[in-house]
Design a binder for this molecule. Structure first.
Ligand code: BGC
Length: 384
């Protein structure tokens, strides 16, 4: 594969393809299928996903598996239960089995260097899926969403819920001050930093003007971060904040939450003080989110959670299949961003997809009409 890339850079790939000099057949050595001439049915693609505790990763795994199988490849799909050593072992096994390509959504973006070294030694290309793998030169391509923009959208939804921005994103002149608390994702997930930066850059002017205050004073990502994106940890932090900062009757107006699972933990903590079933109309703070998980979409529909971010994982899966096919054909996959994602060793060529804010009034157009969730699922809060 590496050789093929170098040749492509010299403009020789087309000539090779014409003469059919693709290289060895699949199965002769690990990664040999990546030379381009092997039968797809003999090629194995390893897909490593972080966890099944969140809906999106199950959907991602299944969609990538189906897309690759429909394209004719063999697939080994593994979930690592959010356990870093397990993910390392699963990837090691995929390499030993002779995988021709790996698609990896890392738990800890910095923990896979030895696996990527082994993959490179066996000529196995690696696609980093959704989350950037850091500190390795052997990440060949990155498929993801515009993660900075996701953070901007999260903060925008919060500002909209507070009435600082109107539905068109224009300032209303509302000066607050609004009391807000900030949550971030898992620090070992590169995305968490992009979401945070996008959100903070958006909120900062309002914080500087005094429209937004953070009464706890916890404005650093290290203070706001939730290890492994755990719902219970977010609930606990919100309970602690309520006790430490809001026990004296100070009103909490909004919470920046970067993921629906955390949002539900936060809402549970908030409802502990406001009574079960409390909604924004009853004075529950505005809470943002991400992933359009069905339980949260239902809460948005009911006016309990304010918004989420819809990242169409079907499109991400489809994109990863396109990139995988192109690599295995010996072509250079098409990047639409070659500047943003520096993994500490190199800038990884990326394909970024766009996301949308989901409010109560856009559930139908974004999620139901596109077939992501059915109306019945939105009503029940349970995926069928
Ligand atoms: C993903 C988000 C997800 C989070 C927690 C991030 O890397 O980009 O979509 O909410 O992980 O699973």
């Amino acid at each position: 594969m590496k050789k093929k890339y170098a040749l492509a850079a010299l403009g020789l790939a087309g000539a090779l393809a014409l003469t059919g000099c693709g290289g060895g057949g699949a199965g002769s050595t690990p990664g040999a299928g990546s030379e381009g001439s092997a039968d797809k049915g003999d090629m194995l693609i390893g897909v490593s996903m972080p966890t099944q505790t969140s809906e999106r990763w199950i959907a991602d795994g299944e969609a990538v598996e189906k897309g690759l199988e429909d394209a004719g490849y063999q697939v080994e799909l593994q979930y690592a239960g959010d356990d870093i050593p397990t993910q390392g072992q699963q990837i090691d096994q995929m390499i030993t089995k002779g995988a021709d390509l790996l698609i990896i959504a890392a738990i800890d973006g910095t923990a896979l260097s030895s696996q990527l070294d082994a993959a490179a030694a066996a000529n196995i290309p690696v696609i980093s899926y959704d989350r950037l793998i850091r500190d390795s030169e052997h990440v060949d391509f990155y498929v993801t969403f515009d993660n900075y923009k996701v953070g901007v959208q999260q903060a925008t939804s919060l500002l909209t819920g507070l009435g600082v921005l109107d539905a068109d994103g224009k300032e209303t002149g509302e000066k607050g001050p609004f009391n807000v608390e900030l949550f971030a994702g898992s620090l070992d997930d590169n995305n968490a930093h992009f979401f945070w930066q996008g959100a903070i850059d958006t909120l900062k002017p309002y914080m500087d003007e005094g429209v937004i205050a953070v009464p706890s004073g916890q404005t650093e990502i290290e203070q706001a971060a939730i290890l492994r994106w755990q719902q219970e940890t977010a609930q606990k932090r919100m309970e602690d904040l309520l006790t430490s900062t809001y026990g004296n009757g100070t009103k909490l107006d909004g919470v920046l939450s970067p993921y629906d699972g955390l949002s539900r933990g936060i809402i549970t903590a908030l409802q502990g003080t406001g009574g079960l079933g409390a909604s924004i109309a009853d004075g529950l703070p505005v809470v943002s989110g991400q992933d359009a998980e069905i339980a949260s979409v239902t809460l948005i529909d009911q006016g309990v959670q304010f918004a989420s971010i819809f990242k169409d994982t079907r499109k991400l899966a489809e994109q990863s299949v396109i990139v995988a096919e192109s690599m295995l054909d010996g072509d250079e996959p098409e990047a639409n961003d070659t500047e943003t994602y520096d993994n500490g060793v190199k800038v990884v060529p990326s394909h970024l997809l766009q996301s949308d804010i989901v409010y109560a009034d856009s559930i139908t157009s974004l999620l139901v009409d596109s077939g992501y969730w059915t109306q019945a699922e939105v009503e029940s809060g349970v995926a069928e």
